[in-house]
Design a protein around this ligand. Structure first.
Ligand SMILES: Cc1cc2nc3c(=O)[nH]c(=O)nc-3n(C[C@H](O)[C@H](O)[C@H](O)COP(=O)(O)O)c2cc1C
Length: 202
């Protein structure tokens, strides 16, 4: 069975550029052939601002939207976050979606297709990587960064350069390597996964 890859469009803004960029990343991932690929729009997941009464490490979710999101993320082995840069950081919709869960993210690799103005979303990625380590997600070096993204949307579709295509393939190749080995850590005892929250930081 192939590892399951979620290509997650992190922007929830109406008319978001994230959708055509995500559709492109989804197509490249399908063509790569190593994953069972799903395109996920956080806008469709439809999470409200974090509203669980208990710390998510308990897994004791009160809301149906959290249980649905938990099940969805549980089913993934790897992630590509399609990430815009907002105020030199990741969009709040992404951090909100991350915050809902703990265990479901553990020991899974993640890569980024980022976009924005001059920085191609790279400042957002640097901030996101630091946060991801708290979720025991392994963020990868290999990435696609798309500067001046608005100029690259033609008739509603993202037009990638050959270099971006090559970068995306290299990223997926590395993501697959991690996706194949990290399940060993996930299955090495549920106890160790629950130990994820040292008292000092939680
Ligand atoms: C609230 C907000 C903050 C932004 N901040 C940045 C920024 O810090 N750096 C940048 O390169 N672009 C920034 N932009 C421009 C976005 O990169 C651009 O609007 C992009 O299309 C947003 O992605 P989306 O359409 O998928 O939401 C910002 C846009 C918004 C709406």
């Amino acid at each position: 069975m192939k590892p399951v890859l979620h290509v997650i469009v992190c922007s929830t803004r109406p008319h978001r550029v994230g959708s055509p960029v995500g559709q492109w990343a989804h197509r490249v991932a399908l063509a790569h052939g190593g994953f069972d690929v799903q395109l996920v729009e956080l806008a469709d997941v439809g999470l409200p601002l974090f509203d669980e009464p208990e710390h998510p490490k308990s897994g004791n979710y009160q809301h149906a939207h959290t249980r649905r999101w938990s099940q969805q993320v549980d089913g993934a082995d790897a992630f590509v976050f399609v990430m815009p840069e907002y105020n030199y950081g990741p969009p709040p919709s992404w951090l909100n979606a991350m915050t809902y869960l703990v265990r479901e993210w553990h020991y899974k690799p993640a890569a980024f297709v980022s976009y924005g103005g001059v920085g191609g979303g790279m400042r957002a990625v640097q901030v996101a990587k630091q946060l991801l380590t708290t979720f025991k997600v392994v963020p990868l070096l290999e990435a696609v960064a798309i500067p001046w993204v608005a100029r690259r949307i033609v008739d509603g579709a993202f037009e990638a350069t050959p270099e971006e295509g090559v970068a995306c393939e290299a990223m997926l190749k590395e993501l697959l390597r991690w996706a194949e080995v990290l399940p060993a850590l996930r299955s090495s005892g549920s106890a160790s996964r629950q130990e994820a929250a040292p008292a000092l930081v939680r």
